[in-house]
Design a protein. Structure first.
Length: 220
C-alpha cells in the first residue's frame, strides 16, 4: 500500500491517536493511584456506601475491560458462574451489598486488567460469583453471609519472588505497571470488612492464577 494512499494515512493517524490515548490513560491512572495511596496512608479514604446489585457492577467492569483489548481478542473475558465451595449464583440472581459502588468497580476492574496483561488471544479470563457462609470463631460472633468474586486467568501465574509481598506497594516485576493496584485494592476491600487473596492454579495441570475477594452481603 502506497504511503500516499488515504487509507494508509488514516490508519497511521489512528495508530498515533491510539498511542496518545493509551499514554493519557496511563498517566490518569497513575495520578489516581498516587492520590489513593496518599489517602490510604493518611487514613482519609472515604467510602460512599449505597445498596446495589453487585452483579451489575461486575458485568459493567467486564464490558469496560473488553474495550481495552483488540477486537479479535474480545472473547478473552467472560462471566462464568462456578461453584467454589458455596452456593452457586446464577444470571437471574440479585446479589445486593452495601458498599462504595465506584470503589468496588475500581477493584474488580484492576483485577481484570492484571489478569489480561500476560495473556495472548488464546488466553482466557473468567469471573465467578459464589455465596458462602463464613464461620466466625467465638461464642459472641455470628456466622456471616458473604459473596466471593473470583477472577481466574490462564496466564503464567504469580511469580514466586513477589508472592509473599503481593499486596504491598510496588510489588511488580512488570514494566507496564506501578505495583500499586493490588495494594490499593486490598485497602479498599478491607475498608469494607472484606478479604482479598490470590493463588496460582496448580490443580489438575491448570495454568495461571486466581484472585478472589469476599464482601459481606447486605442484610435483608
Amino acid at each position: 500500500m502506497a504511503k500516499e494512499d488515504p487509507q494508509y494515512i488514516e490508519k497511521q493517524v489512528q495508530s498515533f491517536i491510539d498511542v496518545v490515548y493509551r499514554n493519557a490513560f496511563r498517566i490518569q491512572k497513575l495520578t489516581k493511584d498516587i492520590l489513593d495511596v496518599t489517602r490510604i496512608e493518611s487514613h482519609t479514604l472515604r467510602l460512599n456506601k449505597t445498596r446495589f446489585d453487585l452483579k451489575d457492577v461486575i458485568l459493567n467492569a467486564i464490558e469496560d475491560t473488553k474495550l481495552k483489548v483488540r477486537p479479535e481478542c474480545s472473547n478473552q473475558v467472560k462471566l462464568e458462574f462456578k461453584n467454589r465451595g458455596g452456593e452457586l449464583a446464577s444470571y437471574s440472581d440479585d446479589i445486593f451489598i452495601e458498599a462504595d459502588k465506584d470503589r468496588i468497580l475500581q477493584v474488580i476492574s484492576n483485577l481484570l486488567d492484571n489478569a489480561l496483561k500476560p495473556l495472548t488471544c488464546d488466553g482466557l479470563v473468567s469471573v465467578g460469583i459464589t455465596r458462602k457462609i463464613e464461620k466466625n470463631e467465638g461464642p459472641e460472633k455470628e456466622d456471616q453471609k458473604v459473596v466471593v468474586i473470583s477472577v481466574e486467568d490462564t496466564g503464567s501465574g504469580i511469580d514466586p519472588e513477589i508472592f509473599p509481598r503481593l499486596f504491598t506497594k510496588f510489588s511488580s516485576k512488570s514494566f507496564s505497571g506501578t505495583g500499586l493496584g493490588l495494594y490499593i485494592s486490598k485497602s479498599i476491600i478491607e475498608a469494607h470488612d472484606g478479604k482479598i487473596w490470590a493463588q496460582n492454579n496448580n490443580d489438575q495441570g491448570k495454568r495461571g492464577a486466581t484472585f478472589s475477594l469476599s464482601l459481606p452481603l447486605a442484610l435483608n
